[in-house]
Design a protein around this ligand. Sequence first.
Ligand code: PLP
Length: 398
Amino acid sequence: MNDDIRIRLGLRPVINVSGTMTSLGASIVVPQAVEAVTAALPQFIEIGALQKLASRTISRLTGGEAGFVTASCAAAITLAVAGAMTGDDLAAIERLPQTDRLARDEVLIQAGHMVGYGSPVEQGVRLSGAKVVPVGQATSVMAYQMEGAITERTAAALFVVSHHTVQVGQMGLAEFVEVAHARGVPVIVDAASEYDLRRFLEAGADLVLYSSHKFLGGPTGGIVAGRRDLVRAAYFQNNGIGRGMKVGKEGIVGTIAALEAWEVRDHAGIRARESEALDVWQRTLADFAGVEAAIDPDPTDNPLDRLKVHVNPAEAHITAWDLADALASNGTHPVIVRDHEVEHGHFYLDPCNLHPGQAEIVAERLREELDIARRSNDIISSDFAARRKRRAINNWPD
Ligand SMILES: *Cc1c(COP(=O)(O)O)cnc(C)c1O
């Protein structure tokens, strides 16, 4: 029997150089979390006590007063907002998403932060019953606009940290916190894919939210950390709208184990291995005319570099998206690159989710596909709009 479960299931043994993507199973779960999940699954566990343990671990790592584990960071957004509206009023919690008897049900968000990570961030807010109040314009948000948007019904202000957000013209976290706190409005930071577990609370955020399954290498889950009263109010939503966002014992136990593993992880060693992968790819691509590869630091300052690969079709005889598609379609190990900007003629290679030996396979596959293109008389160039259509979710399950 093949020991790769993907082969046993008839699925493709993909190599992930795109990042921590939900569509690919997020990340490589660290062995400590795998072991903890395996040990927990057959046992009964008192969930309230387990979440108290999670709270202590989360506090230790984030510097927050308390914390808990939920189903995902998307769930954490909904629960955090709900808690900011209801406080610890259990009857109000059961009435959500109905908010008409609450004193506050508006949530501010900068216009350039209204992005999607697979679903709209503002939908995560609305799911609680809260009303979204956008602040400013997509590429320009000023403090006076935020001050003007705050009313006596403002329950919270949400700040999103992501490469998806507009990277110009937004208020920074310090100013955002200053304006919100001047009017007593709590700040919730969506830091789903950030490495730094302390910096946002240190910068004055009242709650910070992370994904367990991104850089932490935990099972699917979300983390809420910060001010004790807001964490409690968010946690109590598990008796209300949070039920449909339930995390199981495996998610909680696995998140605790991933956090503990993060504390002792060899971050420098991992960074060095990632650099080696970038080196191997850069050297491979240097042999091809029309292909430029440059190291690209993470846009939200995570300690992670990617390789930005720009493809000039006239010289390389292939477009960036056709190269991405060829890598993803052909070969015994399909290679999935980071292609969210591919219409601009480039994609990225992300080294943070590689198993040993895979960097070399990726280099080999790049060489194979670029060699085919070089020998081709025509430029391999498919219609980009048709590609978008083909890849849309509504083609499932066919
Ligand atoms: C991934 C992501 C989310 C969603 O996180 P999940 O834990 O997968 O639900 C939310 N916000 C940002 C900025 C993200 O990158």
